[in-house]
Design a protein around this ligand. Structure first.
Ligand SMILES: Nc1ncnc2c1ncn2[C@@H]1O[C@H](COP(=O)(O)OP(=O)(O)O)[C@@H](O)[C@H]1O
Ligand SMILES: [Mg+2]
Length: 235
């Protein structure tokens, strides 16, 4: 599949058209941003690692019956995907307190929740992805009720699978972000599942193995992504 024109350049990836109108190539960059792009940098080889990590996870999820945009990985940094109409709602699934949840609720990080919490954010760089609820989503017609039913069910199913998958590989899945898109009357899981959008803590040491190392200047960022890659691909 040949790369056509660049149709969008985001913070971490570039989208290219292909010869087929319903397919895109997602190119994974090494660029990293945090705090609504106020902090910028690069993480060496991140694009390669994220493409491979995301591809593997999408493959496993497809086997579990989760419909995703993933078709195949076509090079180190390029993933062929179905072109979806992105639903402008970012879905965060939390298993353990951390980040903005700890801040908002005034609770220490690292406390296991008695059940997962789903949060929704309006996908808007200009507005800084504000938190919204299902009323906002309904009234502003970001997604309809049927789509939301699918999104919530799939998010929880993906969470169940990933908690177990990472756990088997010595990683605690703290929280992660998903994006969904419309395709041919269906709702597909889209975008990426990588250490950029997941909080992953080593089970033994408690060490962070995700983008928090970049956000919080903890060092050994490349090493952490490499380690996630090793554990995800090895299994
Ligand atoms: N299958 C898809 N079809 C169309 N758009 C997609 C698909 N998967 C992801 N996207 C969108 O492509 C962009 C990916 O680039 P990224 O660097 O993550 O952008 P952003 O800076 O907007 O987060 C995102 O805006 C994401 O919503
Ligand atoms: Mg993104």
């Amino acid at each position: 599949m040949k790369k056509g024109e660049k149709i969008y350049e985001g913070k971490a990836k570039i989208l290219y058209s292909t010869e087929e109108t319903d397919k895109l190539i997602q190119y994974f960059k090494d660029d990293a941003t945090a705090f609504n792009a106020q902090k910028k940098g690069t993480i060496k080889e991140k694009g390669v690692l994220n493409n491979k990590i995301s591809s593997r996870i999408f493959e496993l999820l497809e086997k579990e019956g989760v419909k995703t945009h993933f078709i195949k990985s076509i090079s180190d940094r390029d993933m062929l995907v179905k072109k979806v109409e992105i639903i402008p709602v970012e879905v965060v699934i939390r298993n353990v307190t951390a980040g903005s949840l700890s801040k908002r609720m005034g609770i220490d990080e690292g406390i296991t929740l008695k059940e997962p919490i789903l949060e929704f954010y309006y996908k808007s760089d200009e507005l800084g992805d504000p938190m919204i609820n299902e009323y906002h989503i309904k009234v502003f017609e970001l997604a309809n009720e049927k789509e939301m039913d699918i999104i919530k069910a799939v998010a929880l199913k993906v969470n169940k699978f990933l908690v177990d998958f990472f756990n088997k590989n010595g990683i605690r899945l703290i929280d992660f972000k998903l994006e969904f898109g419309r395709y041919d009357g269906d709702v597909l899981l889209a975008d990426e599942i990588t250490p950029d959008g997941c909080r992953l803590w080593d089970k033994k040491s408690g060490e962070k193995m995700d983008k928090d190392r970049f956000r919080r200047d903890l060092g050994k960022i490349e090493e952490a992504y490499q380690e996630v890659y090793k554990r995800v691909i090895g299994n």
